[in-house]
Design a protein around this ligand. Structure first.
Ligand code: CP
Length: 308
């Protein structure tokens, strides 16, 4: 039985197969409409979500399966003190697969160590968000036609941003990727990731001003400054509007640069940018459904090769 805790749990070859399957699911949805019939997905969300939870649920419904779950720790028995380990043992009796989001780093990992069904990390604190990374990679592969040879700028909250941490881990495995980290000093990329890049001789630079590097980017991954990760309201207020990508700034960018964002956005991308053909963040949301369909299908012990 396999779980998904980190994007590195799948080899690049396995990811390619997963993305091929996701693309086939996009193009031939009727082929898969009953492929998870009588299977149940549990979505156990101890933290708020719109995209991740609903795209998992939509994915399972499109595969002909059913969904149970909770969207808030307060409405589960966690509010009475039940541990994650006990909860997953209960869920294992009700469902065939579980997607779990938790504010504590490592909570889905703890669940997977005792679970008798596959567990998918749907975001754990400031640590990892592997299914967002699968979404990001499928979007890049579909819109750019490759997952190598580009310069990617990651902008905003690089300290607490789990989507950023997962994406960096995943992209390190592809050739000729250059990273540009754009953040205020207070939200810089964690040292352990910088150490890893140095160890692997992967080129990166850290800058504060977006304008200085925008013309050099093939991809720009914008992120929100996350209010929920700050201990101090004053720091959040000072940093929340540090970056605002608008139409004027987009004049500096390459004509084929893609703008990605895991969403939700607050102010970091002006709505006027939405009509720019380079804005890919709403397309990303759609790819998130296909890749989660492929993931559920694969983890329920069906390999992509059996289908394609
Ligand atoms: N991208 C993402 O994780 O969005 P939600 O928090 O709405 O799930």
């Amino acid at each position: 039985m396999r779980h998904l805790m980190s994007p590195l749990d799948f080899s690049p070859q396995e990811l390619n197969e997963l993305f091929d399957l996701a693309t086939d699911m996009e193009q031939n949805p009727e082929k898969y409409q009953d492929s998870c019939k009588r299977k149940i997905l549990a979505t156990c969300f101890y933290e708020p979500s719109t995209r991740t939870r609903l795209s998992f649920e939509a994915a399972m419904l499109k595969l002909g399966g059913n969904v149970i779950g909770f969207s808030d720790a307060a409405s589960s028995s966690a509010s009475k003190g039940e541990s994650v380990s006990d909860t997953i043992q209960i869920i294992s009796s009700y469902a065939d697969i579980c997607a779990m989001r938790h504010p504590k780093e490592g909570a889905p990992m703890v669940a997977s160590s005792i679970s008798s069904i596959p567990v998918i990390n749907a975001g754990d604190g400031g640590h990892q968000h592997p299914t967002q990374t699968l979404t990001d990679l499928l979007t890049i592969r579909s819109l750019k036609g490759r997952l190598d040879n580009f310069t990617i700028g990651l902008c905003g909250d690089l300290k607490f941003g789990r989507t950023v941490h997962s994406l960096i881990h995943a992209l390190m495995r592809y050739p000729n990727i250059q990273f540009v980290f754009i953040s205020p000093d207070e939200l810089k990329i964690p040292d352990y990731l910088v150490d890893l890049l140095r160890e692997k001789n992967i080129p990166y630079k850290e800058v504060i001003k977006l304008d200085d590097v925008l013309p050099s980017l093939d991809l720009l991954y914008m992120t929100r400054v996350q209010k929920e990760r700050f201990f101090n309201e004053e720091d959040y207020v000072r940093l929340k509007d540090f970056y605002i990508l608008n139409k004027e700034k987009m004049k500096l960018a390459k004509e084929d640069m893609l703008i990605l964002h895991p969403l939700p956005r607050v102010n970091e991308i002006s709505v006027e940018v939405d009509e720019d053909p380079r804005a890919a963040y709403f397309k990303q949301v759609q790819y998130g459904v296909y890749v989660r369909m492929a993931l559920i299908y694969t983890l329920l012990n069906k390999t992509s090769k059996e289908v394609l």
